[in-house]
Design a protein around this ligand. Structure first.
Ligand SMILES: Cc1ncc(COP(=O)(O)O)c(C=O)c1O
Length: 301
């Protein structure tokens, strides 16, 4: 289940930030778990087949496709958006979905992919793991994807280490009713983590901080030891590097409360991202001046 009241509040914040309905947001412990539910549901309802996706991604974004019995088909990269360029030539009767990844938070123009997905009755999955709470939109301002994946995980925008969310576009109820029903039902039924996982989640940031302060020469061995002792949760486990993935888990109180602390600070975090990388694809005029730690800064309007 989506869980106790802090989970409900997290979903409300995500919905407010994106102009969507809290009921369409589902929380999971990691984005990869949400993706696993999405692709398993797709394979079960629409049948096994292919998913057109990007080669420039993390193993954790491809494993959910493989584990579901689907076959990833890698499209060329568009140098401007670091996402897939027009993949029309890769679409066949076996294609089930297209993944549009907002690489490094760059949200390119997705209207072409939306039209392509509509023409072939495909599901358009947006991977917003790098830009939690941002959705690709059409000219009318409406979200374009059928499903959007978000992460608060390790090495993402928010310094939490855990937390994922799946937004399910309600229009799927009309276009892919079986998949829509299966997805919502399965996301709502995800089990919460057991004691060992909750313990690793609880100590993650403290332990990672200690490891980072060790002399550089000791760090690799200390990391290996803490991972082998199942104390440190690695960003990508050895099994995941080999294409496997543990069973999906829901979020729970501790992670939800961290999200409640950090999500309201997202606008400031994105100022930092924009300032540091200039990766936001908006024009300078589309930013407004604000204050960040007493310093003048800019944020996207
Ligand atoms: C593009 C992309 N999608 C999905 C994921 C998985 O996110 P999570 O760590 O929350 O499972 C990652 C993780 O690095 C990623 O880079």
């Amino acid at each position: 289940m989506n869980g106790p009241s802090s989970g409900g509040e997290v979903r409300r914040i995500l919905a407010n930030a994106t102009g969507t309905d809290p009921d369409d947001w589902h929380l999971c412990l990691k984005a990869r778990y949400g993706m696993a539910v999405v692709f398993a549901g797709l394979a079960d309802v629409e049948g096994v087949g292919q998913v057109v996706t990007t080669p420039y991604t993390c193993a954790t974004a491809v494993n959910p496709i493989l584990v579901a019995g689907l076959t990833p088909v890698y499209a060329d990269l568009d140098p401007a958006s670091l996402s897939i360029s027009d993949p029309a030539g890769l679409i066949s009767a076996a294609t089930r979905a297209i993944v549009a990844q907002n690489t490094l938070g760059i949200i390119g123009d997705r209207s072409g992919l939306r039209a392509l997905a509509d023409r072939h009755h495909l599901v358009l999955v947006e991977d917003s793991a790098h830009c939690v709470a941002r959705l690709a939109r059409g000219d009318d301002g409406q979200p374009l994807a059928d499903v959007s994946i978000h992460s608060a995980g390790i090495e993402k925008v928010l310094p939490i280490g855990f937390g994922g969310a799946v937004w399910v576009n309600p229009r799927l109820a009309a276009t892919h009713p079986g998949f829509h029903h299966a997805l919502r039902t399965r996301l709502a039924a995800l089990p919460v983590p057991g004691f060992a996982t909750r313990f690793r989640v609880r100590i993650y940031r403290g332990l990672a901080g200690i490891l980072a302060r060790l002399p550089r020469s000791l760090r690799p061995a200390a990391r290996r030891l803490t991972i082998a002792a199942r104390l440190l949760e690695p960003p990508v486990a050895a099994a995941e590097r080999a294409g496997r993935q543990p069973a999906p888990l829901a979020s729970y109180g501790f992670v939800d409360r961290k999200l409640l602390t950090w999500l309201p600070r997202l606008p400031q975090m994105y100022v930092l991202v924009v300032e540091c990388t200039k990766s936001d694809n908006r024009e300078p005029e589309e930013h407004e001046q604000c204050q960040l730690n007493g310093q003048p800064a800019f944020r996207a309007r």
